[in-house]
Design a protein around this ligand. Structure first.
Ligand code: ACO
Length: 339
């Protein structure tokens, strides 16, 4: 028997407020047709313009994941939170969420690998469990993008793409003697190339600037908003996601046809279409996309995808599931699981 990690339960949460593509036209020069054809997005959920924080969304998703796992917060011995939209610059959002969950004392870890954050977190959880530093890990991906985007025409290339939301998974140690049937994570594969850091980033506030982390024309030039070289991101995403997915399959002697369900990061429907084509996935039903309804929720896309796939009856015990993500950094990562 080998000590491995399995996903015991997942949950997700999005705020009630739905913002359609048509709704966006009140703030910027865009159209439903442009957004649908370029990205596949039809609507996204944004928080109300109130004091809701990323950890508030994470709390809802975490509680749903705990319910799905049949556990209480007292059963959790490690908390990992992936986000690019933290509650505050410091301390980490995991600490804020920990206080809301009521589990003081356990390790609380932030993961800052953006769209790949949840898969990086899954790899970390798996390694902590395999190494017996933890038995039951709560992994959360949560984002509030709507408060940190330029929703004027100037920022439309980015702001039409992103939504708010959270997803969570409870991961637990399991003794595996038959990997072909028992639920567990086979392996995870992580990569990054910081040479592309500025292709998708927020310039500041930053330690570049002294003494105040910003300079005189900071707000004037919009340095607080995310900036993206969309074409470069697209080009790398359609290469790296299939590449890292294949790496996971090869490491475990599986073929593309063995995979029952693919959950890709949800940045753009066209990216996922090209990734599926490159991999030679012959059945569209094996690729589960949620971007139409939620937009890109960054670190939350993968757990939202898992939860929605379960609700839709597309994810069943015994299935081989391949997860792959690509994002700012650039970072890219995959996990292969027996569900
Ligand atoms: N509405 C209307 N017009 C727009 C919008 C908008 N929201 N945004 C940009 N445009 C305009 C531009 O101003 C430009 O106009 P111009 O030609 O007059 O200068 C034109 O549309 C650009 O059009 P395209 O070149 O056809 O745009 P493209 O096909 O490259 O699509 C997109 C842009 C969707 C951003 C694409 O590059 C992309 O998907 N990139 C991947 C990046 C991505 O998905 N990032 C998500 C976050 S990263 C992550 O999660 C991995």
């Amino acid at each position: 028997m080998t000590r491995r990690t399995r996903v015991l339960g997942v949950g997700s949460f999005v705020p009630d407020r739905i913002v359609t593509n048509d709704d966006l036209t009140q703030w910027m020069d865009t159209s439903d047709e442009w957004i649908r054809t370029r990205s596949g997005i039809e609507q996204r959920h944004w928080v109300e313009p109130d004091d809701t924080t990323t950890s508030d969304l994470g709390l809802e998703a975490a509680n749903r994941a705990l319910d799905a796992a049949g556990l209480s917060i007292d059963d959790i011995d490690m908390l990992i939170v992936a986000t690019l939209s933290p509650d505050h610059e410091f301390p980490g959002t995991a600490c804020f969420l920990q206080a809301k969950l009521g589990c003081p004392g356990i390790p609380a870890i932030d993961v800052r690998q953006q769209c790949s954050g949840f898969v990086y977190g899954m790899a970390q959880a798996d390694m902590f469990v395999r190494g017996a530093m933890a038995d039951t890990v709560l992994l959360v991906g949560a984002e509030i993008h709507s408060k940190a985007m330029d929703i004027s025409t100037e920022g439309r290339d980015i702001s039409v793409l992103f939504g708010d939301g959270a997803g969570a998974a409870v991961l637990q140690a399991v003794d595996v003697d038959d990997p072909s049937t028992q639920a567990h994570i086979y392996s995870s594969h992580l990569h990054a190339d910081g040479n592309y850091a500025k292709e998708l980033w927020i310039e500041g506030p930053s330690s570049t600037y002294s003494p105040n982390r910003w300079d005189n024309d900071f707000l004037e030039r919009g340095a607080q908003w995310p900036k993206m070289n969309g074409k470069t991101v697209f080009k790398h995403a359609v290469t790296r996601m299939p590449e890292v997915a294949l790496e996971a399959l090869e490491a475990n002697d599986f073929a593309v046809a063995d995979v029952d369900l693919w959950i890709f990061h949800q940045a753009n429907m066209r990216i996922n279409y090209f990734a599926a084509k490159k991999l030679g996935i012959d059945d569209d039903d094996k690729v589960f996309n949620t971007i139409q309804r939620f937009g890109n929720t960054t670190a939350a896309t993968i757990p939202i995808g898992l939860d929605e796939a379960l609700k839709a009856g597309r994810l069943e015990p015994g299935m081989l599931v391949c997860i792959a993500a690509f994002g700012s950094g650039f970072t890219w990562a995959s996990s292969l699981l027996r569900w």
